[in-house]
Design a protein around this ligand. Structure first.
Ligand code: UDP
Length: 376
């Protein structure tokens, strides 16, 4: 029997945040059920044999839209600055990416006297199509054909396995476009990495007598043995939860290849993107951010694939229609005290700070609903 006041399926960011809040503020017992042999979901980081801290499921460049989320997480970790600087390898040269004034000058071999001059230059290249709701038309309308073809088109095809025309504009639109010289990958000013890593931060969050953790436990294999007094939180994929009633949602997955080198550093920034070369999309040397003092370093290469663990929802019309049907079922099971949250459960391309914010918002609702009928 898997029994507690609250059962949480998944020990990722959402599961850990909710367990922490439920145990400390509602004083209810929580049991987290996790399929993998570790907590922290895809934020999981660990030290390899040489002691290098690396991100097992791809780089997580934590940043904060909302100061309150930063304050909440600060209870569980100290921070290091988010030194997230990315370059894109195009025609055998490294260019700053996101596109900024330096990228434009280097690529077009022009020195712009002002920001306005660069904007006017790009304006002549922009192609305005009627529908801007796909990634191809969106980038063409902002930057024109040359930049689109060299920096976006093939990267997007490699990453998603479909034409950028078949993907929502919000996909390529995630990356800022700049007419200044800001080199950082993300637009948020608050950008920090947990000083000792994500895993330790989440571990601290769930270190509480009221929280139990069952690793290596597949919810779908023990579903019938579950009993909760109050409610269940589910952070996995909705299609599987509902036995694929409306068919499978598409997910994009990744494979990683890690290489350890006896060198202080290899790259000159944390990430190199390869839109047009190789089968991998990017090479990440996370040590640029973690700043570990150690004579070894790790490079990870990311190979996108269609089968395997779900990493990214594929945002197109077909999947969104399917998800909206599942959404109705999700609403219905709330009456049976079951709540869905997170990137997988909500089929949305959320960042880590966004899912943490959502978990805290869900907690507010749960608190109202269950506080008065708590046994304690
Ligand atoms: N993208 C691109 N070229 C790049 C980097 C990103 O075309 O060099 C597009 C691509 O479609 C990608 C999307 O922008 O899927 C979002 O990129 P981001 O780096 O935010 O993806 P994530 O880190 O979530 O994998």
């Amino acid at each position: 029997m898997f029994k507690a006041d609250v059962i949480i399926v998944g020990a990722g960011p959402v599961g850990c945040v909710l367990a922490n809040k439920i145990a400390t503020e509602l004083n209810l017992s929580c049991l987290i059920i996790e399929k993998r042999n570790h907590i922290a979901g895809n934020c999981y980081d660990e030290k390899n044999k040489k002691g290098v801290l690396y991100h097992k499921y791809g780089p997580h460049y934590l940043r904060f839209k909302n100061n309150k989320i930063f304050e909440y997480l600060s209870k569980f970790t100290k921070w290091i600055p988010g030194n997230y600087i990315v370059q894109s390898f195009v025609d055998k040269k490294l260019y700053p990416f996101p596109i900024n004034l330096n990228t434009l000058e280097k690529f077009f071999n022009i020195k712009f006297k002002s920001k306005k001059e660069a904007i006017d230059f790009i304006k002549k290249k922009q192609i305005k199509n009627k529908s801007l709701n796909n990634s191809e038309d969106f980038i063409l309308s902002k930057l024109g054909t040359e930049i689109y073809e060299k920096f976006y088109k093939n990267y997007t095809i490699k990453q998603w396995g479909v034409s950028p025309k078949k993907l929502s504009s919000t996909v390529a639109g995630r990356v800022p476009i700049r007419y200044d010289r800001n080199p950082y990958y993300v637009k948020e000013k608050l950008k920090f990495m947990p000083r000792q890593g994500f895993t330790l931060m989440f571990k601290k969050m769930i270190t509480n007598k009221k929280i139990k953790l069952s690793l290596n436990t597949d919810f779908f294999k023990i579903r019938k043995q579950i009993k909760y007094n109050k409610f269940l939180i589910y952070t996995g994929t909705p299609d599987k939860f509902f036995n694929y009633k409306y068919g499978k949602l598409d997910w994009r997955s990744l494979a990683f290849k890690f290489e350890t080198y006896k060198k202080n550093l290899i790259q000159n920034s944390v990430q190199y993107n390869f839109p047009n070369d190789f089968k991998f999309t990017r090479k990440v040397e996370i040590k640029h951010v973690t700043r570990q003092k150690i004579p070894f370093t790790v490079i990870s290469k990311e190979f996108p694939k269609s089968k395997g663990e779900p990493y990214y929802p594929i945002i197109n019309k077909n999947n969104l229609n399917k998800f909206s049907k599942y959404e109705k079922l999700i609403k219905k099971v709330e009456n049976k005290n079951v709540f869905f949250e997170g990137r997988l459960a909500q089929y949305k391309y959320f960042n880590t700070d966004e899912v943490i914010e959502r978990a805290l918002n869900l907690f507010k609702i749960l608190k109202k609903k269950y506080k008065n009928n708590s046994n304690n």
